[in-house]
Design a protein around this ligand. Structure first.
Ligand SMILES: CC(C)(COP(=O)(O)OP(=O)(O)OC[C@H]1O[C@@H](n2cnc3c(N)ncnc32)[C@H](O)[C@@H]1OP(=O)(O)O)[C@@H](O)C(=O)NCCC(=O)NCCS
Length: 162
């Protein structure tokens, strides 16, 4: 399918938040502390999505958002695809764009953090050439505080194309 990759805008926040909320629970429920799952309610995602618009890229199909990725420095912070679009290659397009952005900002190694039990995401990252770099404690946003979760760090070398 012919997906379009473009920078997110404020008009995309509701769609991004909906995909993020559903995908977050698909990938994390049962794999992170229950107190973190409990606060990841639908209302929790629009403000978090709005704050990340300048760092977010969306994939659209027929004008509708099918998935998104957020890049912060060398970190690929979020890769989320709507359930109806999984398995169709759009996740690979988003991740490749994220790697391009990391390299373009001068970093030579991109990294991301994934819950150990998120088997589908880990398989996906490994197929895209990412390597498990070991355990890492990740401080997940929890209002004004954080909840530390045991995760895996994945890395991939990236070079800016001239
Ligand atoms: C992670 C995500 C972006 C990957 O996109 P995708 O379109 O599903 O990826 P693909 O289907 O191309 O690849 C997934 C791989 O996992 C495999 N897979 C599918 N379902 C699986 C499952 N339940 N358990 C383990 N592996 C699974 C697929 O077969 C494929 O592996 P293969 O290429 O070796 O056959 C997408 O699944 C998603 O948005 N998930 C929810 C949000 C999430 O967890 N994001 C990552 C946060 S770190």
């Amino acid at each position: 399918m012919a997906y379009t990759i473009r920078a997110a805008t404020g008009d995309d926040v509701a769609a991004i938040a909906g995909i993020w909320h559903a995908g977050w629970h698909d990938g994390h429920a049962g794999h992170v502390p229950a107190e973190l799952t409990a606060i990841r309610t639908p209302d929790a995602f629009p403000p978090r999505a709005a704050a990340r618009v300048p760092r977010t890229t969306v994939a659209t199909l027929d004008g509708r958002v099918a998935g998104f990725v957020t890049v912060t420095g060398a970190e690929v912070e979020q890769v989320f695809v709507a359930a109806a679009h999984r398995g169709g290659g759009v996740a690979a397009l988003l991740l490749a764009e994220a790697e391009r952005q990391v390299a373009a900002s001068g970093h030579t190694t991109a990294y991301l953090v994934v819950a150990p039990g998120n088997a589908r995401a880990r398989r996906f990252y490994e197929r895209q050439g990412w390597a498990d770099d070991g355990p890492v404690d990740y401080a997940a946003e929890a209002g004004d505080a954080t909840i530390v979760t045991e995760c895996r760090r994945y890395v991939k070398a990236c070079e800016a194309t001239p």
